[in-house]
Design a protein around this ligand. Structure first.
Ligand code: IMP
Ligand code: MG
Length: 180
């Protein structure tokens, strides 16, 4: 990036740690839902890798759908405004729904989607987040399944981006900057 800053990636969560966190979440979900059919709603793009690993561990019948919500502009600051740019396509009426998110930060994105999905009268609606920045909440939002709480760091990797870069990294890093 040409902003006079140098960006550094610092390892935060290794592949092995991610695998064990994801397996732990899948086990909890399997225990709670049993053989009930579950609709997983993955929030694009950040949660795509998490979803794909998570579903491989689930034994119950699942349906998978995707929603895309934009809250971040370019860079590391959120605008606070949420817009839905791709809605889900399956019907969730009367169904058990689990929102799958990469990180909860201010809480706005997940809250927005949860309220919106609730209008379709699902049987239940819960939230599973790989990472949770609890200290940064602007609105009330408690996830039902949380992989790991993280400090107020900007993280990338394992689906999570910085200006669309780094989503492919198999580990999770936090970004630090120094002046060039
Ligand atoms: P919230 O609406 O403020 O909770 O923001 C959640 C969204 O912001 C997530 O879906 C992420 O896409 C993005 N986000 C929050 N923290 C980070 C981060 O540390 N790195 C990259 N994206 C982030
Ligand atoms: Mg996201």
């Amino acid at each position: 990036m040409k902003d006079g800053k140098e960006y550094h990636l610092n390892l935060l969560i290794s592949r092995e740690q991610i695998a064990s966190i994801v397996k732990g979440l899948a086990d909890q979900i399997s225990r709670d839902y049993g053989q009930r059919e579950l609709v997983l709603v993955c929030i694009l793009k950040g949660a795509f890798m998490f979803l794909s690993d998570l579903v491989r561990h689930l034994q119950a019948p699942v349906q998978i759908d995707f929603a895309r919500l934009a809250s971040y502009g370019a860079g590391m600051k959120s605008t606070g405004l949420i817009e839905i740019t791709k809605d889900i396509e399956v019907s969730v009426e009367g169904k058990d729904v689990l929102i799958v998110e990469d990180i909860i930060d201010s809480g706005r994105t997940v809250r927005f989607l949860k309220e919106r999905l609730a209008l379709s009268k699902p049987r239940s609606i819960k939230v599973c987040a790989l990472l949770d920045k609890k200290a940064r909440r602007d609105v009330e939002m408690e996830a039902d399944y949380i992989g790991k709480e993280v400090d107020d760091l900007f993280v990338v990797g394992y689906g999570i981006d910085f200006n669309e870069a780094y989503r492919n990294l198999p580990e999770i890093y936090y970004v630090t900057t120094t002046d060039r």
